[in-house]
Design a binder for this molecule. Structure first.
Ligand code: NAD
Length: 331
């Protein structure tokens, strides 16, 4: 099948070419992100393959349909960037990779916690400049701290297991508590309890209308002063303007994010020689207690292998008219 890839990076090409080494499918790799202006690139293909910041909105889907696209294969788990209703109306199927290595993202959340807390990024830079001072590098023990987890699906559970290993008390909020997690020692509570009792809060819920700006001014006011907030889920789960206010009034003591509300204009690109027009990211970067990574939680060899394998299976199943196990249907 002819598949057009959008937002292609070198690692996508490497891992997808490897799983398609028999050349069964024909892949065209485009650097451009999908949007109404680039949708025409898909012409001549049957499927398109998208990542998190490609936008398959109604207008784009209409263009894809006019160009005879039949399948949208997401090479990610989240699908908030696809208008499922518009796709269903045009009879375009949508498939995704529901789980590819929850540990990859969970471990990255832990990396953000450890770096922010023990300030290894600052120590690394100091030592390179011959500064061996320990001033302002004091952290705290994770052992015995209370960690709040919002969303205990695959990634949230992997995260809970790691933090239990550190000797933390885990409070969680999820509409569907996991019995396995309860047995492991996770205490499920109401959202307000989790927000008010935790020293560290980590977000692992999807971006849905009900979770959009779940963490806003009111939520920050409920948290402990100096709380650490980690977000590896989706940027818009947090109201960024409110997070900046909470940092300024020191309610938020540490902020570690792998995702950002307006990330599609920034992330995955080298903008080191450009003027950054986004004032909110510039303000966030200016805080000494903020750590930002550009959506790299998924970026491990194991996850990339799994993403490529499952995406290829999804495409092959569609080609063979098989049942699509990983289809996302409009409800
Ligand atoms: P999952 O579907 O296994 O788990 C999501 C959990 O969130 C479920 O248990 C669900 O019940 C819960 N949930 C839904 N609505 C909620 C709400 N209002 N409040 C609290 N919990 C709620 O998903 P997952 O594989 O664990 O992934 C979680 C999210 O992580 C994805 O949706 C995606 O946005 C993000 N993600 C980020 C990266 C990255 O590279 N940073 C990679 C993969 C996924």
């Amino acid at each position: 099948m002819k598949v057009a890839f959008f937002s292609t990076k070198s690692y996508d090409k490497e891992y997808f070419d490897r799983v398609n080494s028999n050349g069964h499918h024909q892949f065209t790799y485009f650097d451009a992100a999908l949007n109404p202006a680039t949708a025409a690139l898909a012409k001549g293909h049957t499927a398109i393959c998208l990542f998190v910041n490609d936008k398959a909105d109604k207008e784009t889907i209409e263009q894809l349909s006019a160009n005879k696209i039949k399948l949208i294969a997401l090479r990610c788990a989240g699908f908030n960037n696809v208008d499922l209703e518009a796709a269903a109306k045009k009879n375009i199927k949508v498939v995704r990779v529901p789980a590819y290595s929850p540990e990859a993202v969970a471990e990255h959340a832990v990396a953000l916690i450890l770096t922010l807390n023990r300030k290894t990024h600052k120590a690394y830079n100091r030592i390179r400049e011959g500064n061996f001072s320990l001033e302002k590098l004091i952290g705290y023990n994770l052992h015995g701290k209370t960690v709040g987890v919002i969303g205990t699906g695959k990634i949230g559970q992997a995260f809970c297991r790691i933090m239990l290993g550190f000797g933390c008390k885990i409070l969680a909020y999820d509409k569907f508590p996991s019995e396995e997690m309860e047995k492991a020692g996770v205490l499920y509570q109401q959202l307000n309890e989790v927000l008010s009792q935790s020293d560290i809060i980590s977000l692992h819920c999807p971006l849905l209308p009900e979770t959009h700006h779940l963490i806003n001014k009111k939520a920050f006011e409920k948290m402990k002063k100096g709380v650490m907030l980690i977000n590896t889920s989706r940027g818009a789960v947090i109201d960024t303007a409110d997070a900046i206010e909470a940092l300024k009034n020191e309610q938020l003591g540490y902020f570690g994010i792998d995702v950002y509300e307006q990330e599609e204009k920034l992330f995955f690109r080298d903008l080191s020689e450009e003027i950054i027009a986004d004032d909110m990211i510039s303000r966030l970067i200016s805080f000494p207690n903020v750590l930002i990574t550009s959506h790299q939680g998924f970026l491990t060899k194991e996850a990339l292998e799994q993403i490529a394998m499952v995406t290829l299976e999804n495409i092959s199943d569609f080609e063979k008219d098989k049942n699509l196990q990983n289809e996302i249907r409009y409800q």
